[in-house]
Design a protein around this ligand. Structure first.
Ligand SMILES: [Zn+2]
Length: 191
């Protein structure tokens, strides 16, 4: 971790962890990959290590990120997918070189070659986005209930009733807000 930059929020789903690198989209937005180096760091912690990243490649990553966000949001709302976002996701999926690897535990992993570049890593993220938007995986796309967030997340809970993209941030804040609102309504009560 490099000091002075916003932390990463690490989720279990690659594509929505990636869209989560821009948080509070409807409030005071926090850019969690503000520099090319931070994108390299983010890819490394997500098992997609690449040697280097240019400013132009960071721009590509953000273009893909916002396209996934747009398509995932539409899918969560059961709206038609925006054609331009679909095009961008497909373009990035096609251009990369990555191999699906079967682990001894029977799980699928992606492997980049040692000479992999940012575009190869982005193709893996695009493929991951395709698999959740296409409904191939066990779970449901939903939008975070926090009004300043509204991030698309992949709900894998049994009941499919998860409300927040992240329990530790949005979920907690919402709970606290409700607690204080109750206290104001019922002064003197323990809430
Ligand atoms: Zn949220």
């Amino acid at each position: 971790m490099r000091a002075g930059f916003p932390d990463f929020r690490l989720g279990k789903v690659l594509a929505t962890s990636f869209t989560g690198t821009l948080s509070e989209r409807h409030g005071d937005a926090v850019e969690r990959i503000p520099t090319p180096h931070r994108l390299v760091d983010w890819l490394a912690v997500n098992d997609l290590a690449v040697a280097s990243c240019t400013t132009a490649q960071l721009d590509l990553a953000r273009e893909l990120r916002e396209s996934i966000h747009a398509a995932a949001t539409a899918a969560a709302l059961q709206d038609a997918l925006p054609a331009s976002a679909v095009q961008v996701i497909n373009d990035y999926s096609v251009q990369g070189r990555a191999a699906a690897i079967l682990t001894p535990e029977g799980e699928r992993r992606w492997r980049l070659s040692p000479a992999s570049c940012v575009e190869d890593a982005l193709s893996v993220i695009a493929a991951d986005a395709i698999s959740i938007i296409a409904g191939e995986r066990d779970g449901k796309l939903a939008l975070c209930a926090s009004p300043t967030c509204q991030a698309a997340f992949f709900d894998t809970s049994q009941s499919r009733t998860r409300k927040w993209c992240d329990m530790n941030t949005c979920g907690n804040r919402q709970k606290k807000a409700r607690f204080y609102a109750n206290q104001r309504k019922n002064p003197g009560s323990a809430g």
